[in-house]
Write a protein that binds this ligand. Structure first.
Ligand SMILES: *Cc1c(COP(=O)(O)O)cnc(C)c1O
Length: 357
């Protein structure tokens, strides 16, 4: 099997070996040291300020999205949410559920946020901005510099879901004045699903300190407090946190976050070059290095997904809902190589010869 989905993705052999090991007891100084190192490397790779903190949530990315909404926002806020697809919609649903006043900027499928659209919300008293920097469902990557300038000008608290973008695209919490960044274990971190990660600026920490969410498990105050001693309030996914540790250290020893991003960008570029001769249209205004969204001109996207999986042992990422037959996505994150790209292209060319596309 070759897995070109957007998560869970393929893990390195080193990470997989840890999955085979016994899970150690964790209320120990040894495990605390692993967690301190995880926090330090996350802050470094997110380019966070020295007074920022990282918390590790046992739960997939959505658990951290929910934790961030309930711990950093209140009914006193007026939130602006970019809704460009199913992940943007998730933030809308969360604000709805927690009764946090919001407006949404609803974008057409595959369309990026434009400056003139954003300008309409200038000086309207919004206190917070929420965006999925890479709307993975459609493969659109938003302009963080533009968003950051807008938030600075309007003094807005900035929450960024970078779950599928972290490591794949440049990200700089400090220079973009980002208050909260969220990511997850099963995207470009290329570990099993089950852990999500929240990086909080000083400003975000002070919002957390003042807030009183009605939830025990996702209370970030206690996560921050326990993190001071390298621990978590409850039993975390110990094994995955050890895998994350190995992966973060590997990125560091390979030359850091820039090198990792370059590697993913090169895979994406190689694939996008090779797909040009095939009957597909790339359907995104502005892409992340993590994913290429493709619209097949001659066949159903879902049929292509099924044939690749069942007859070639290659997994691409299908889309749901109204995009089911229109779009499938090819991921460039996880343990993949140029040779893997070649295998996918060869399979698609074979399907073309068989008149399936
Ligand atoms: C994957 C992803 C999530 C989280 O989804 P989970 O299934 O809860 O891990 C959230 N936002 C974006 C942009 C994602 O790509």
């Amino acid at each position: 099997m070759i897995n070109f989905t957007v998560g869970p993705v393929q893990s390195s052999e080193e990470v997989r070996k840890i999955g085979y090991e016994q899970v150690p007891y964790f209320r120990t100084s040894e495990f605390s040291d692993i967690m301190f190192e995880n926090e330090r490397l996350m802050l470094k790779f997110a380019k966070a300020d020295d007074d920022a903190r990282t918390v590790f949530i046992t739960g997939s990315g959505t658990a951290s999205m929910e934790a961030v909404i309930m711990n950093t926002l209140t009914v006193e806020d007026k939130v602006l949410i970019v809704n460009g697809g199913s992940f943007g919609q998730r933030f809308v649903d969360l604000c709805e559920m927690y009764e946090i006043p919001y407006s949404q900027i609803k974008l057409e499928t595959g369309k990026a946020l434009q400056k003139d659209t954003l300008e309409l919300y200038n000086g309207k008293g919004y206190s917070a901005f929420v965006v999925n920097v890479h709307e993975t469902s459609t493969g659109v990557h938003y302009d963080m510099k533009m968003i950051s300038d807008f938030c600075r000008k309007n003094k807005m608290f900035l929450i960024v879901d970078a779950i599928s973008s972290f490591l794949a695209d440049e990200f700089n919490m400090q220079s973009w004045n980002v208050d909260v960044m969220i990511t997850g274990s099963q995207k470009a971190l290329a570990c099993p699903p089950g852990v999500s990660i929240i990086v909080l600026s000083k400003n975000a920490i002070s919002r957390v300190e003042k807030n009183h969410p009605k939830c025990m498990y996702l209370n970030l105050k206690s996560a921050l407090k326990n993190g001071e001693r390298g621990q978590t309030p409850f039993t975390p996914a110990v094994g995955i946190l050890r895998q994350i540790n190995a992966r973060l250290k590997k990125i560091e020893s390979n030359g850091g976050v820039e090198k990792e991003t370059e590697k993913i960008a090169a895979l994406a570029e190689d694939f996008r070059k090779k797909i040009k001769d095939l009957p597909f249209e790339i359907v995104s205004d502005s892409m992340s290095n993590a994913v290429t969204p493709l619209h097949p001109l001659t066949a159903s996207a879902n049929d292509i997904f099924l044939t690749l999986k069942d007859e070639y042992g290659i997994w691409v990422c299908p889309n749901g809902g109204e995009l089911k037959d229109k779009i499938f996505r090819v991921g460039h994150i996880g343990e993949l190589s140029i040779e893997d790209n070649d295998k996918l292209i060869a399979a698609l060319k074979d399907m073309q010869e068989r008149k399936m596309i």
